[in-house]
Design a protein around this ligand. Sequence first.
Ligand code: GLU
Length: 261
Amino acid sequence: MKKYIYISFIFLLSFFLFGCSKKQPELNDLQVIKNRGYLIVGTKTDSPPFGYYNKEGKLVGFDIDIAYAIAENIFGKKSFANVKFVKVDTQNRIAKLNSKEVDVLVATMSINDKRRLIMNFSAPYFIANQKLLIRKTSKIGNLQYFNKNGRLVVIMGTTGERVARNFAPNANLIGAKSYTQAINLLINNQVDGVLGDDCILAGYLNDNLKIINHSYSKEYYAVAVRKTNKSKELLNALNAAVASILDERQLNFITKKWIVY
Ligand code: GLU
């Protein structure tokens, strides 16, 4: 019996020693993606023309095309199988990135200093401006109007919310969960203006709405990745991808396809 205990002990000890020493180095984010064979992209699905469902029920838009172009670059081949899209919204997108539910965000995400502290951004792929959307019949001329009158809506957690607090600190400010909700409030006369990204607001324009042509902030959209020591290679690959999308005029093509204003 003693002999068996002794043999098992030796066996366990050697397993522990050799097993540990042979431990594989942990893969970085880019290696994980390459081994998996597709990129998991967090994207908006209610932000035309960036990410939305078209009449045929297909997820399309500027950000969708950017995601495919980046994946084509990473995998070296063009294929719809290169990307799996996961719906994110303005409020949960950073959490979904950090919990590893998605590899990257291509989600109308503006670079700003506060966000740079908690995530990394690729080189920019689009410029947006914070602008004011109002009803066509409205006489409102600027954002400062809301310091004393009316009600202004912003989408919670956006750069637009920060801009509104800056330019109209005394405004009666309403927080909406999404652009759809904000614009419905405007259409139903529950608020008098929406401050948001001009390119997304333009996707919601109709005969009864207009955008005031003044920019309250110029912002750059970029692909966001986690800020960890395993994300460096992925960030480099994203930057190389954005550079080549720019170089090959693919970005021009995508912009012309989706941006009509
Ligand atoms: N670009 C803005 C931001 O990153 C708004 C984006 C959005 O709500 O989708 O905060």
